[in-house]
Design a protein around this ligand. Structure first.
Ligand SMILES: Cc1ncc(COP(=O)(O)O)c(C=O)c1O
Length: 390
């Protein structure tokens, strides 16, 4: 069978030698934990060196203080956003809570938040916890567990909606929502839009500025090949100064080193969405992966992802497997989900054959080729799966 129905492989540098983990087998886990870039070792050592060599607070002055902004600006390029629009966060859940804390649900009739059943659980937990602060939450169901039609989301947005908060690409099915019409409609209705792009950034083209989206949240550990605990929050530049997050801390102050008493005077930059001391090791761990992603280029990654996931979908459909992702590539992110009887068992059996994927309840196997995988690897992984699925 030809690899990809109408697109042929374009040779490009897959940077494979820069990922030592790839020697252990076929890594198709970028939706969960990307492989560590070899350069992360030196990056982490330079963090240690800075810590060891500075006997006073000057590690902050020479590098650490501006690192959040530097990494934030690197991430902004992946998001299709301008510099100064991304604040690093401890994780995506805190990024979401920071946005949630900007709203005063009791003082306005605009107190409804629209989300969907295909979102990561943090989404429901965080909004559920806002109910006793006056928030009304509408969770749009997914009839098939794969998609939530855009029309259903649009229909739920009314003149009491303050925020539409949902995944751009679902962690469960890789269903990808069309962001532009959603943002246009929500704005017409007077509502803001937050997209969780954790499963998009680094494998799907994003255009934060062009879409006019208000907030994006995510992190670097998956498709961006970074380490854990480096989340991020994008806030539309012309919206930033209107917002005063209640989930805050001294780093969000306009002049943090004044150590001033309250009231809080928020920074006049995206730093107003920070909280306390940034996770410096997480920032060091994120740098090498971001550099490689930029060197390969998101557009190239997207083309590759589409070519290979289309082939995987064809392969699955031809064999009558249960496809738990959309068939249409325009509605899909970088993963393909295959329903199997016993997901954890299948993950173990594949790992024994050096094919690394994972499984989630309700959806089955999650399989994600990234730029560093060869076509041969993708073919071999699917052929191996074919020997196990009955
Ligand atoms: C789409 C999506 N959102 C949020 C999260 C959770 O992110 P964090 O642990 O940084 O809060 C995940 C993690 O798997 C995810 O896939």
């Amino acid at each position: 069978m030809p690899f990809g129905s109408n697109v042929t492989e374009q040779p490009f540098n897959r940077h494979r030698e820069e990922f030592p983990t790839l020697a252990s087998g076929i890594h198709l886990l970028s939706h969960s934990l990307g492989p560590v870039p070899r350069a992360a070792r030196n990056s982490m050592l330079s963090y240690y060196d800075a810590w060891e060599q500075h006997t006073s607070e000057d590690a902050w002055a020479t590098n650490w203080w501006e690192l959040s902004q530097r990494v934030g600006d690197q991430i902004s390029r992946v998001l299709g956003a301008v510099p100064g629009s991304v604040q690093i966060q401890p994780n995506a859940s805190i990024a979401l809570s920071t946005v949630a804390s900007c709203f005063d649900f009791r003082s306005s009739k605009r107190n409804k938040v629209v989300t969907t059943a295909l979102d990561f659980p943090s989404m429901e937990y965080i909004w559920d916890a806002r109910k006793n602060l006056g928030a009304r939450i509408e969770i749009i169901p997914s009839e098939d567990g794969i998609v939530v039609p855009l029309e259903h989301v649009l229909k739920a947005i009314d003149d009491t909606t303050c925020l539409v908060a949902l995944s751009h690409t679902s962690f469960l099915s890789s269903y990808r929502l069309d962001a532009r019409p959603l943002v246009e409609h929500a704005h017409r209705m007077g509502a803001l839009v937050l997209l969780d792009v954790y499963q998009s950034a680094g494998t799907v083209e994003l255009d934060a500025s062009g879409w006019g989206v208000d907030f994006l949240i995510g992190g670097t550990i998956k498709w961006l090949c970074g380490g854990p605990a480096c989340g991020y929050l994008y806030v539309r530049p012309d919206l930033q100064r209107d917002l005063k997050p209640r989930l805050t801390g001294w780093v969000a102050h306009d002049a943090p080193f004044e150590f001033a008493h309250s009231p809080m005077r928020y920074a006049r930059s995206v730093r107003r969405f920070a909280q306390g001391t940034p996770s410096i090791p997480a920032l060091y761990s994120a740098l090498p992966g971001l550099k490689i992603i930029e060197a390969v280029g998101v557009a190239q990654i997207v083309r590759e992802s589409r070519r290979r996931t289309e082939w995987m979908v064809e392969f699955a459909v031809e064999r009558g497997w249960q496809l738990n992702s959309p068939r249409n590539a325009d509605e899909r992110g970088g993963s393909v989900m295959i329903g199997v009887e016993d997901g954890p068992l299948m993950v173990t059996q594949l790992a024994e054959r050096r094919v690394f994927v994972d499984a989630r309840p309700r959806t089955g196997l999650r399989i994600s080729p990234h730029f560093f995988n060869t076509d041969e690897e993708v073919r071999e992984a699917m052929a191996t799966l074919a020997t196990l699925i009955r």
